[in-house]
Design a protein around this ligand. Structure first.
Ligand code: FES
Length: 276
């Protein structure tokens, strides 16, 4: 099969998360492909809108729930704007899964701390559900999630579900000025809220994803809380195009984000020419 030949998928459901963020649930048209398709938490795909081109998005559903794919996106470019025009029943293309993954299988018995900002919850959501679907394998689970405003929080129904679980500690926050009447979460930036929440770092791993400035300020907080750099993981997006190590567009220093990443530990990030 041609490397760049996409699988055909139909849009099964459309969910608006925020005024500018949407989630699509996609089903493989070919049942045999649906049957054999598998992926790992953190991998991504190239999604195509015929006539408009391809865009790179993470797979936002967990590998523990198979047979479909979910992606969440903002309409910020030509392809994502075209994707936003599509309705349930229409067809898109999907190539993947590509890239490496979060090493979830090595985290048995550990505490897991998730830290996300804005739409950065999409790749983290995939790992959260992966962990919650195998809940008995892990120790404490903490989720710290923030957005600019209450309206900008994605996956609101899932946040409510996690909040009501006795086996998950969820802390949500919005930036000052982003609260609404009745908001009972925190009002501060994610790194400050994480520092106050102070999840235990002993035998713990952290998964961090969000805007670069959030990651930049979160990594020192995690270091102060005692998380070693090799137990902090994040995922990068970097101008990906082919997704398979051919086009050379996604490099950061010596690494190709599409093949060597997109998941990196903070220890690995420290060796790359990034601002964090
Ligand atoms: S996206 Fe083409 S080499 Fe990485």
């Amino acid at each position: 099969m041609n490397l760049y030949q996409p699988h055909l998928m139909s849009i099964e459901a459309v969910q608006d998360e925020t005024p500018d963020t949407r989630t699509l649930r996609l089903a493989f048209r070919d049942p045999a492909v649906a049957e054999r398709f598998s992926f790992r938490a953190g991998q991504f795909g190239e999604y195509s809108v015929f006539g408009a081109g391809e865009c790179t998005l993470c797979i936002a559903n967990p590998p523990t729930r198979r047979g479909y794919i979910e992606c969440s996106f903002k309409a910020v470019g030509k392809v994502t704007r075209a994707l936003r025009e599509l309705e349930a029943g229409e067809i898109v293309g999907f190539r993947g899964p590509y890239g490496n993954a979060f090493p979830v299988e090595t985290w048995s018995g550990r505490r897991i701390v998730f830290v996300a900002g804005g739409i950065g919850l999409a790749p983290v959501r995939c790992v959260i559900w992966n962990v919650l679907d195998l809940r008995e394998r892990f120790d404490e689970v903490t989720v710290v999630y923030g957005a600019r405003s209450v309206a900008d929080l994605v996956y609101k129904r899932e946040l409510e579900g996690w909040r009501s679980r006795p086996d998950v500690r969820l802390v949500t926050t919005v930036n000052p000025g982003g609260q609404e009447p009745g908001w009972d979460g925190e009002v501060d930036c994610v790194p400050a809220v994480l520092e106050r929440a102070a999840p235990g770092s002993e035998n713990a791993v952290a998964v961090v994803c969000g805007p670069p400035v959030m990651i930049q300020h979160t990594l020192p907080v995690l270091a102060r809380l005692g998380f070693p750099p090799d137990r902090i993981f994040t995922t990068l997006e970097n101008r990906m195009k082919c997704g398979v190590g051919k086009c050379g567009r996604c490099n950061v220093g010596p690494v190709y984000v599409c093949k060597d990443g997109p998941v990196f530990s903070a220890a690995e990030l420290a060796t790359l020419p990034l601002d964090y």
